[in-house]
Design a binder for this molecule. Sequence first.
Ligand code: PEP
Ligand code: MN
Length: 335
Amino acid sequence: MIAVLKSGTSDKQIENLTSWLKAQGLDVHISKGSSHTVIGLVGDTSKIDADLIESLEMVDAVKRISEPFKNANRKFHPDDTVINVGNTSIGGAQFAFIAGPCSVESEEQVMEIAKAVKAAGATMLRGGAFKPRTSPYDFQGLKADGIEILLKAKAATGLPIVTEIMNANHLPMFEDVDVIQVGARNMQNFELLKELGRTNKTILLKRGLANTLKELLMSAEYIMAGGNENIILCERGIRTFETYTRNTLDLSAVPMLQELTHLPIVIDPSHATGMARLVKPMAMAAAAAGADGLMIEVHNDPAHALCDGPQSLTPDKFAEVTGAVNKVLAAISED
Ligand code: PEP
Ligand code: MN
């Protein structure tokens, strides 16, 4: 349920109303938007007399929210959420370019890539230290050493770092990580999501291989229900009957999610297509569709990458992508 307040409602009035609602056993979420304040109520609202609340002088309207996701719902929070990450932000005017290798392989590799992607316009550095591989015989990542390498690259370049967690017990290792990624395979690892909800870390939540947008939003809700509202959603392609591309990029997820939620949305054209040459057109299309950012795999030597070489761009190709995407962004900002 939400209560939309009339403009000019004082902080004192809001406080009185929220303490009364809390006394009814509800969680209260206040969103002071650009035009009006919205009070969102989570919990058993069945016993709440909506007419009584609506009759209050300060209340403009009361509406029941039919969707099962509440905190993530745009109706709870009409303005876009802007998340500050290190020296940058996502969700507002700043378009995010998150770039780096699929996996951290060595300090030299990450340093070289980090400097190159920064020069090409990246705003964050990605790299997997814990890798969720389909085969147990494939490279599983450098683990704690990989995180140390990312932190060195962050110190050298100033780029905030994004890296994947697979086990909540590893959280202490992520203390200095700026954005914790939950990979597609863990999107519905609810115990992991609950644990991340108890942190104040920014979480990049990737859509599962065969999950609906509603399920993605419910996974975000798991994290938000614990009190952590810093979530970036990521569409990375879903499984369909198509086999030429690794996955099928669902670009309609961008405008659809923007209607449903206030959380920022990034597109990962690398995992979505699995092919380096398809990354640029899909990155441009994602920007045109209104995405808040891109996550792109970049490797200094794709042919010898330990993971996902075929979809990795060289730093030069990545620079072409940022250039083209910036042109798209400039074109759409004109209308
Ligand atoms: C990744 O970003 O490295 C990754 C493993 O992605 P996904 O979880 O989308 O497969
Ligand atoms: Mn990868």
